[in-house]
Design a protein around this ligand. Structure first.
Ligand SMILES: [Zn+2]
Length: 165
């Protein structure tokens, strides 16, 4: 079988987000996929509202599923694909999980600031400062297609819908 590209996996993640949660930003259609040796290991969908769990971000759900499926607590060598640039929590979780590559679609400048917990720090800063030195980050894969699923920087989002304030 032909090896899937970053774009292929990202398209799968985006399709998964849409299949499970539709295209309305209000439903937070964020998906993450974990790939090991060119094969799907696990995936996750944002479930914060459904589970009343502020930690149920797509990446965390994917990491939990990867642990369950593999019986391991670290996954060195895997690539984590996320339709949206991972927040600080998910970036840190990826470091603890041993993830070797993070690939994301929409970046922080493509979406509303409500998706991030910090004003200035970025995923890059956590990765650059990590003891783990074999983690690489690739952003902007299918960024437009992914960003369409989220509130954009110019959208007027009611304060009560912004979880980070
Ligand atoms: Zn997150």
């Amino acid at each position: 079988m032909e090896k899937l590209t970053d774009e292929d996996w990202m398209a799968r993640a985006r399709d998964l987000a849409i299949a499970r949660k539709g295209t309305d930003p209000a439903n937070t259609p964020i998906a993450a996929i974990i790939v090991r040796d060119g094969e799907l290991l696990a995936h996750g969908i944002n479930r914060t509202q459904e589970h009343c769990d502020p930690t149920a971000h797509a990446e965390i759900m994917a990491i939990r599923a990867a642990g369950k499926h593999s019986g391991e607590m670290r996954f060195p060598g895997v690539t984590l694909y996320s339709t949206l640039q991972p927040c600080g929590m998910c970036t840190m979780a990826s470091i603890w999980a041993g993830v070797s590559r993070i690939v994301y679609g929409a970046g922080r400048d493509d979406v509303h600031e409500m998706y991030f917990e910090d004003r200035h720090l970025s995923t890059m800063d956590f990765v650059a400062d990590a003891f783990k030195d074999d983690l690489t980050l690739t952003g902007g894969v299918l960024s437009d297609e992914c960003a369409k699923l989220y509130y954009r920087p110019w959208d007027d989002v009611p304060e009560e819908d912004q979880a980070n304030t």
